[in-house]
Write a protein that binds this ligand. Sequence first.
Ligand code: SAJ
Length: 410
Amino acid sequence: PSVAVIGLGYIGLPTAAVLASSGADVVGVDINQDAVDVINAGQVPFVEPDMATTVAGVVSQGYLQATTVTPHADNYIVAVPTPFTDGKKPDLSYIETAGKQIAPLLEGNELIILESTSPPGATEFLADTIFAARPDLTLKPGSAQSIYFAHCPERVLPGRIMIELRTNDRIVGTLNGEAGERARALYELFCEGEFLMTDARTAEMAKLTENAYRDVNIAFANELSMISDGLDINVWELIRLANHHPRVNILQPGPGVGGHCIAVDPWFIVATDPEGSSLIRTAREVNDAKPDFVLDKLLPQAKRIADVQIAALGLAFKPNIDDLRESPARQIVGRLADELPQANIMAVEPNIEELPSELDARENVTLTEMNEAVRAADIVLLLVDHNEFVRLDRTLLAQKIVHDTRGVWS
Ligand code: SAJ
């Protein structure tokens, strides 16, 4: 089959590569000429384990090529960003642009799959965009002018994408006719998981539900940590004890929730039904407020020490990765730099070579080796439970003020 994958980001590129390595004839489309050139040279514009070798192989064998110009294909996979506007409304403009690019190319009988994480109704929006441009085509199945639509959300975990693309179960939600069977046949080229067939709206909502579920559960843990703090209770011991109950399984508190999914996706649900989503919204607010809680505890202590030295352990959004997107740790270090101009803030992040630009620009922040930073520090702030930090020689912490937001040393 011929497939055009629109959007060669964290999901589109690995999906294009895996499809191409499974025998499909794949063209990847992206507006970024640099990314297109890099891929056509058999290289990758971002790091994901095992992806580089797959891309190099399929490009050199001619199964995958990249372009900035959308071609005709029997199957389209749309994997473009669905960001949020400042007013916390989903921005569907990339989906709209993709639809407008595909519309003039259609000959009838094509399958169009939306993979981007989307608010309920986005697949219908994509179809409406296309039919507005092409009134000669129809959603009604079975004719030469029929176009088929499905939503197949990805649920792969960054760092394990190449494995999980093949092994995860796959939700296939459709708008019409044979869309489901055709989407399934395409994904079956590489996906060994179970196929779960439903309608497009339910599929859209399922993806959002998974991440909102996790967000609400983390918010519960974070709220407990703030309540426990006022009561002088060790929240990690509290949770460990409560989790001995056969039907209780509380997650772990931390300095906040980061990454590009869990901190974002619940807002799609809130935007869809603001009145009906008070729990999901509150969970988001609890998790978003956690960095402030950490700062409110730390700043008064730090301000009492002249020329205070702070070791901030971790910038990534979760352990043992180099991904700093939407990271609460990074946000906390930035706020420390704002609030403590006289301080020396030693950021420790073993997974990166240089600080992100907004921290690099600060006079009072440096990227420092772990033991050196901890030895020099008055205050040690643990923000990410990287393996290196868990294994830190604890005798180095004697005499220090310690803020352990992940509970690894308690
Ligand atoms: N976190 C806690 N406490 C916990 C667990 C996580 O504070 O007990 C924090 C982490 O430190 C991190 C954030 O939550 O800041 C999110 O990390 P994560 O590992 O829970 O999830 P992500 O964002 O890496 O990936 C999630 C996954 N979704 C679910 O587990 C329901 C993944 O399967 C999805 O594919 C991905 O979102 C996505 O792309 O939507």
